[in-house]
Write a protein that binds this ligand. Structure first.
Ligand SMILES: C[C@H](O)[C@H](O)[C@@H](O)C(=O)CO
Ligand code: MN
Length: 419
């Protein structure tokens, strides 16, 4: 290891120790917090179905940066590079459209065998897998409704797709020895004012109950449901709203997924974590960055990312909050997007772990809000970056922006050959 990194780390450790922070414990904790990287950043949410068409469902990947993965093998190759540049535990979050099959497979017919290569790869990479049914980009989602569709046949198709997806998720969990979190997000909504807001929600409720009727061991599979405020083409009404899914998750004992881009622009999910944790056992996060809308920009080390990490750590929710990412930027190098966003999430977690939380709580308990604010602000300029560099070096991962040269080289050597 570069001696400057060790020296800076030793000094930082002293400074943190003076505040009562155990840096070794923070590093050990960070190493074990998995961040679930979303496969769909690598190919603009296209997937590998034989009939893969345009992205629909009110979400958009904008940009045309060259070199997107065209096959599962290319996506895995790209992920391997990205993961090699990010320290500590990682998972991969797969959508159903990332199956592999010689023949076209209907979504309600997908099986574990279509994901066997992903499982073998996950074993090699020593990572867990998470899963999602894909209820968009399909002729039967063209009406903008899936599990809440008034046509029972369309509804049944999506129910069967979600049921098939749960079996795949449980297979992941069993094979890899770590529960797969399977998130159900549906695009269902309406462009203009509905006359009946209730009936689609009643149908969604009944459909979800059928979806989750098969029992699986929680050690292998965890169901999650993701709410949303609006989508492109579904501006006036979303069937699976926050209230709908909060109630559903609490009453059915499934996980609630909070996506940072799925609320009003000034609303933040960091404040929702403690509240929801009182009613639901597991939370799934889709850490994202909404710019004026649910734009799914790459995650920054910004105030909200920090607040999300801080809330998880302060409230000791690491075993109940599953941290996933959800962004898809096609205007920059896609591997760089993964590396930037995932490293930022990890940096935020490290900073949270290095916080003198007990001291802050003590001064708050004494109603000493001046000290609370002063200490919170001073914490920001503590030498966490020296600890981060040490974490990277110790994990054999590029320090600082050194990872960028590796990505640029890969762009020239590999991505540029993808025409
Ligand atoms: C592809 C994802 O499942 C999707 O982004 C979903 O999680 C979402 O956030 C839709 O807005
Ligand atoms: Mn999401």
């Amino acid at each position: 290891m570069n001696p400057n990194i060790e020296t800076a780390y030793a000094l930082a450790k002293q400074q943190y120790a003076a505040q009562g922070v155990d840096v070794d414990a923070a590093i050990a904790a960070l190493d074990n917090i998995p961040v679930s990287m979303h496969c769909w950043q690598g190919d603009d949410v296209t997937g590998f179905e034989a009939s893969a068409g345009a992205l629909t469902g009110g979400i958009q990947a904008t940009g045309n940066y060259p070199g997107k993965a065209r096959s599962a093998a290319e996506l895995r190759q790209d992920l391997e590079l990205a993961m090699s540049l990010i320290p500590g535990a990682k998972r991969l979050n797969l959508h159903a459209i990332y199956l592999e099959s010689e023949q076209p497979v209907a979504r309600d017919q997908i099986k574990p065998e279509h994901f066997a290569n992903w499982v073998e790869w996950a074993k090699k990479m020593n990572i867990g897998l998470d899963f999602n049914p894909s209820c968009f980009s399909h002729p039967l989602s063209a009406d903008g409704l899936t599990l809440s569709h008034p046509d029972a046949k369309v509804r049944q198709f999506w129910i069967d797709h979600c049921k098939a997806s749960r079996r795949i998720s449980a297979y992941f969990g069993k094979e890899l020895g770590t529960a797969s979190v399977m998130n159900i997000w549906i695009p269902d909504g309406m462009k203009d004012l509905p006359a009946d807001r209730l009936a689609p929600r009643q149908r969604l409720l009944a459909a979800l109950d059928e979806v989750i009727s098969e029992k699986f061991d929680e050690a292998h599979h965890i169901d999650a449901v993701e709410s949303k405020l609006f989508g492109i083409g579904a501006e006036s009404y979303t069937v699976g709203s926050n209230e709908f899914y909060m109630g559903y998750a609490a009453s059915r004992n499934v996980a609630l997924c909070l996506d940072a881009g799925h609320f009003h622009p000034t609303e933040v999910i960091s404040d929702k974590i403690s509240a929801a944790s009182l009613y639901v056992k597991h939370l799934l996060l889709h850490v994202s960055r909404p710019v004026r809308w649910d734009s799914d920009h790459v995650v920054l080390l910004d105030d909200e990312t920090q607040a999300i990490a801080t809330e998880i750590v302060r409230n000791e929710l690491l075993d109940r909050v599953h941290i996933g990412l959800d962004f898809f930027d096609a205007s920059i190098n896609r591997i760089a997007a993964w590396v930037i966003g995932t490293r930022n999430m990890k940096k935020a977690l490290l900073r949270a772990l290095l916080e003198p939380t007990q001291t802050l709580r003590d001064v708050e308990a004494k109603w000493d809000f001046s000290s609370r604010l002063a200490l919170m602000e001073e914490t920001k300029s503590m030498p966490w970056q020296a600890v981060w560099d040490y974490v990277c070096a110790r994990n054999g991962v590029a320090v600082g922006a050194d990872w960028l040269a590796t990505v640029k080289n890969y762009e020239t050597e590999v991505l540029a050959t993808r025409k």
